[in-house]
Write a protein that binds this ligand. Sequence first.
Ligand code: AMP
Length: 448
Amino acid sequence: MGATFEDFKFNRQILNAIDDAGYDEPTPIQQKAIPPILNGQDVMGIAQTGTGKTAAYVLPIIMRLKYAQGENPRALIVAPTRELAMQIEENIRAFAKYTDLRVVTLYGGLGPKTQIEQVSKGVDIIVATLGRFMDIYLAGHLVMKQLQVLVLDEADKMMDMGFMPQINRILEVVPRKRQNLLFSATMSDKVHQLSANFLEYPTIIEVTPQATPAQTIEQRLYYVPNVKTKINLLKYLLDNTEDIKKLMLFCKTRTVAEDVYKFLARKYSEQEVRVLHANKGQNTRINSMNAFKNDEVKILVSTDVAARGIDVNGVSHVINFDVPFVTEDYVHRIGRTGRALQLGEAITFCTPAEEYYLGKIEKLIRQSIPVFDVPADVFVEQTSFEERQEQAREIDLQKRKENPEFKGAFHEKKTLNQRKKFDAAKAKANPNSKAAKERAKKPFRKKR
Ligand code: AMP
């Protein structure tokens, strides 16, 4: 406690910019990571978004580079998605505002012409997604000889997306002698492997135990039988929760996101809601994101892919309309709220077909998410025949994944739609699992 940004001996330009950003004190990751990074050490930071990890490396980089120099980049920051890249750029611009450092961001989805023009005017810091960086490099527009610092941000996501070969290519084209910084929300085997190739005698910093959601986030779980009930519950929560100031709603697919968006746009005005997914053009996505950031709209509906790396301040609530399939996405999703020292709430809706993923999430975060009863005023819909079949099919698939011998209940014409049966089957499959015991105690409540 008690550490201040002055303790890091940043220069005046940086301290003033930190002041302007309204940061009073460094967050834990900043307290731990800034000194070794300033010392020139390689650092591996295990920290999820929302902890202040971006400033933890951006500030020392600005301190090291100080002012514009030469033509070629001296720092390269690589991110898995363009949204994250843009977010990092914004951080750099904010903290380098009293310097003349030049930052250029390279990402796909737009033609490369402007980016190439910017680079050829001279650049100090490049923020880039992997593919676009390589394209522009291979086209001969970048000289990497002066590179001093290389950062890989959200390395776990890059590994999940299969970017290892691209990372290796980048390592081939940058100078051997450089400072390496690696940030990741989780410490998976692949990240571990990457760190062995990438870092030299690194200082390892972990701000919260692996993949534990920030403690400022209150989590809640509702069991619902079907999608229609999810909508009813959503409506109820929106009508009855007073402190929803800014809400991000996550859906598993583009189609679900569109449906939820249509429902919300009918309920509120279109002015208050936006939807973000990969099928929207890049400009529409940027506009929606900015409208949400600047408080012009209160609700943003999004898929995981579209939401990666988005940094929005003051999100009071996250609703997981669907449980994410990619376990780590849960941590990323709810990391949108409860950011750096603010309180937030993360609410998850779960159908029987999604419990499988929920189990994996609870294992990853090493806690069980508190279960709340569906309020009596929420109308619990009957599950349609199609949805019941769909759920049964998904559950079959999940069981097969866990046990290739599994023959498949779906074809035995068993109806799996009722929670009781579902729980019984689950408990039978693994009567000792904590989840089975707990869930059995908490049957789904129907409206009388
Ligand atoms: P990050 O984990 O880098 O995505 O940052 C999460 C959010 O916390 C961003 O909105 C930052 O602007 C904010 N933030 C970072 N460091 C601090 C700090 N020391 N004090 C207050 N807010 C911060």
